[in-house]
Write a protein that binds this ligand. Sequence first.
Ligand code: RIB
Length: 333
Amino acid sequence: MAEQAGVSLGTVSNVLNRPDTVSDNTRLRVLTVIERLGYVRQESARQLRAGRSRIIALLVLDMANPFFVEMARGAQQAARAAGLAVMVCNSAADPAEEADYLAMFAEQQVRGVLVTPTDGAGGNLQAIRRRGIPCVFADRAQPSAEACSVSVDDVAGGQLAVRHLLAEGHRRVVYLSGPAHLAQSRDRHAGALTAFAEAGLSHDRLTVIAAARFDVTAGRDAAALLLGLADRPTAVFCANDLLALGVLQALYAAGVRVPEEMAIVGYDDIDFASAAAVPLTSVRQPAQRIGRTAAELLIAETGEAAATHEHQRIVYQPELVVRASSLTTHGRR
Ligand code: RIB
């Protein structure tokens, strides 16, 4: 190509990467040859040579969960503003799948990784950090100063949910947890217990049912256990909205009135929560803001100011959004 344009390889590279350093006449001559040869720049090869990918990897627990869709949307907004793009992958909350994706990200030399870890420790992340790939924890606090993290105070979220149910007069509540290996399940449970303790009520008034997954089907399956409880509680706090929507659907099918016979509170406040047949009370997380902030931190850590970057641990506060699924005209004992 350079020979056909009568210039050096360096001039061709300048036309492609630093066009402002080349005269109009030379640039036109090289571009004419490029078009005639149908040359397409290998961006990934160029990036690898430059040591600077324009791809951020986002690894979420469940791509089917609207919470993570909103989180990805926020990350995309920040990436686009910086001329970058986000590649979204799904770990399905499986540590083995998480490890495979993290190894692939390292091989591809992505600019950095945003990840909601599949377990509390984020154990798989040590390997990718050793390969020099910056990671930011999204939707999980990172206790050490090893990485940036953006999360929501899930203990406070569990407290908000159960304080509300206690204020509505409920004294026996089910906590429908997600998989126990996820910190989200544990922290929301801890918040529920704290709400009972601060009301001077015994923890044995909180019955725990652990769902197999954080999805609608697991919510429907768990509702069968809930309905089978002796001396059935009058309210259920679900660890996320997908579980809550599954419970709502199963209770409707069983002829159990919500909230009159069973009040329901969810978590995330996804769009479907307000659109449910009985609008769902939910603990709102700022999903888009989590994704946007996490991406901004990663872009800062890998940008011009990387040398002076200091890791940040950002924790947002949840907000209770009360709707029909938990509002009773009077409490129950
Ligand atoms: O993935 C399970 C849950 O964890 C989501 O619904 C959201 O609450 C996240 O924090």
